[in-house]
Structure formats: C-alpha cells, structure tokens
Design a protein around this ligand. Structure first.
Ligand code: CP
Ligand code: NVA
Length: 312
C-alpha cells in the first residue's frame, strides 16, 4: 500500500499554488500529446467511480473519456441507484467505495457531504460540482485563457450574474493566480461576504462593483453563467434581478477590445448571454468545454502523484 498522502481535489482555496500550476502544465502537455496518441497508462489498473447525484453532460462525458484515455476504468454510478439515495451515511459510503475503487469523482449539491466523503475515503476524492463550488471547471477555464492569451497574472477577470458555485471557485483561483477578480452581482444575491473577505485577507484581489458595466470596464475576460443553478429551480425572481446583468454586445464593448467571453455551459441563450456574444469571435466556450477533458486528466494525474514528466 502507498504511504503517500491522499490527494483530494475538493476546492481550489486550500490547494497549494504550485500544485495547481503543475496540474495546468500537465493538462497542456497531455492536450498537445493527444494529437498523436490518445491513450496513456497514468491510471493503469485503476478504477475510478464517477458518482452523479445531479445531471451533467460535460463533467460526465469528460471524466468518463478522460479515465479511459488515461488507461483506467470508469465506474458510472448515480446517487439514486446507490444506497446513498436511501440514507446510507457518507462515512460508510466512503469506507465501502474505498475498498473497491482507486478514486472517486462526485457531483452532489451538499458540499459538506463531499468534504466528509474526502475525510473518510482512503482514495482521492474529486469535486465534480457542489452547490458551493466547481473547481474542475475553473481549472479548464484558466487553461483556456492561457491557450488564447497567456498567463492570467495581472489581468482583470469579470464575473456578472448570480453569486454561485462557479464564481466561488473563480474567487478561490484569485488567491493563487495573481489576477484581479471583479464581480457584478446584484446586492440581493450577495449578502454574505465571508468567502470574499477570507480570500481578500489571504491576498486575493477582489473588487465588488455596483453594476455590470462597472465590472466589465477594461476587463480581459467576461464570464457569465446560468441565472438559475441546480438546486435553485423555481427561483423565478432571479430572472428579474439578473436582467441588467445579461452579457450582450453592449456590455462586451465596456471590456478591452481583445477580451474573451467564457461560460461553463449549459447556456440559456437570450437570458444570461445573447447569441451574438456566445457565437461571436470573443467567445471561447467550446474550447472551455473541451478543456474539461484535458484539465481533469491533469487533476487525476496529480491525485495519483504523477507529474508533468510522467505524461510525456
Ligand atoms: N459545465 C458543466 O459542469 O457542465 P455539466 O453540468 O454538463 O457537467
Ligand atoms: N452554476 C451552475 C453550473 C452548471 C455547470 C449550476 O450549478 O447549475
């Protein structure tokens, strides 16, 4: 049995900055190498459970394909089919899964449950989205920015819309990657500054703006997401609050001329973003989607103590 510490990937906030940079390096290397050879042996003889308690297209497919291409075997499970759905405890689920599989990727809304799973599992646990955060997505987003524009260091990244899981992981990233995170979120949706204040105390540059236009001003990257996240279904008031935060051509004009547009997808065209922007020349949303595959391979390699050199 390995004596190395178990490497979970639950939140960017408490990861080591150098580790995150190494993961991105590995992701870029793996993506480049995939052009000539898809299969590697980084996860040889390893079974990775992919647990979905909520719907997914990108996370599900990218992890399934990613595990296979790394030479491992994915085991797809849904919360409802598991005893978890009938009340089996998280610690017991963690202990049992650890006897069968070598790693666990999980999507469930309850963030504390995912943290508890990591606490009790003897194998790496990867957060595939909770109501609180979505760290894999932001690794793919940073990789995408680097491909198109180079390092994020010194850049301004703008989020407009709801205060949600994707934004929280971007705020976490601001602690590590030395960019300014500007957010345009309606006051009604940003009532708790605990995370923002904690990250600012840790050195993150975060600016809260009064309007979407102020947040977008001379920015290098504009990011939107759905107005109604999983778990918020039926919260129709969000639509009225967020209408002034739509990313359209007029808002993009406030950003730098070479600013990029990102959206983790799925998009609600005509709501948080117009067709013109998401299909326009500044949009990199499908590169972001593709990079989920490469970034998550980098994350999985790191979880299993493989470095960039092992991927060559
Ligand atoms: N962006 C993202 O996580 O997409 P899915 O919900 O389709 O996995
Ligand atoms: N904020 C969105 C992201 C979906 C990938 C949600 O949680 O539904």
């Amino acid at each position: 049995m390995s004596t190395s510490p178990i490497r979970h990937f639950v939140d960017l906030e408490n990861e080591n900055t150098e580790d995150l940079k190494d993961i991105l390096k590995t992701a870029h290397t793996i993506k480049a190498a995939r052009k000539t050879k898809r299969k590697t042996d980084i996860l040889q003889d390893k079974v990775i459970a992919l647990v979905f308690d909520k719907p997914s297209t990108r996370t599900r497919v990218s992890f399934d394909v990613g595990v296979r291409e790394l030479g491992g075997e994915p085991l797809m499970l849904t919360g409802a089919e598991m005893q978890l759905g009938r009340g089996e405890s998280i610690p017991d689920t963690a202990r049992v899964l650890s006897r069968f599989v070598d790693g666990i990727m999980i999507r469930m809304l309850d963030h504390e449950a995912v943290a508890e799973l990591a606490k009790y599992a003897d194998v790496p646990v990867i957060n595939g989205l909770t109501y609180y955060s979505h760290p894999c997505q932001i690794m793919a987003d940073i990789m995408t920015y680097e491909e198109h524009r180079g390092s994020l260091q010194g850049k301004t990244v703008t989020w407009v819309g709801d205060y949600n899981n994707v934004l929280v992981s971007w705020l976490h990233a601001a602690k590590h990657f030395d960019f300014t995170m500007r957010i345009g979120v309606p006051d009604e949706l940003l009532t708790d500054y605990t995370v923002i204040n904690r990250l600012k105390d840790a050195g993150a540059k975060i600016e809260v703006c009064d309007t979407a236009e102020a947040a977008a001003d001379q920015s290098d990257l504009i990011i939107a997401d759905t107005w109604v996240s999983m778990g918020d279904e039926g919260a129709e008031h969000l639509h009225n609050l967020l209408k002034p935060y739509q990313v359209n051509t007029r808002l993009m004009e406030h950003a730098k001329e070479d600013a990029l547009f990102m959206h983790c997808l799925p998009a609600h065209r005509g709501e948080e973003v117009t067709d013109e922007v998401i299909d326009g020349p500044q949009s990199v949303v499908f590169d972001e989607a593709e990079n989920r595959l490469h970034a998550q391979k980098g994350i999985m390699a790191w979880c299993f103590h493989k470095s960039n050199a092992d991927t060559k």
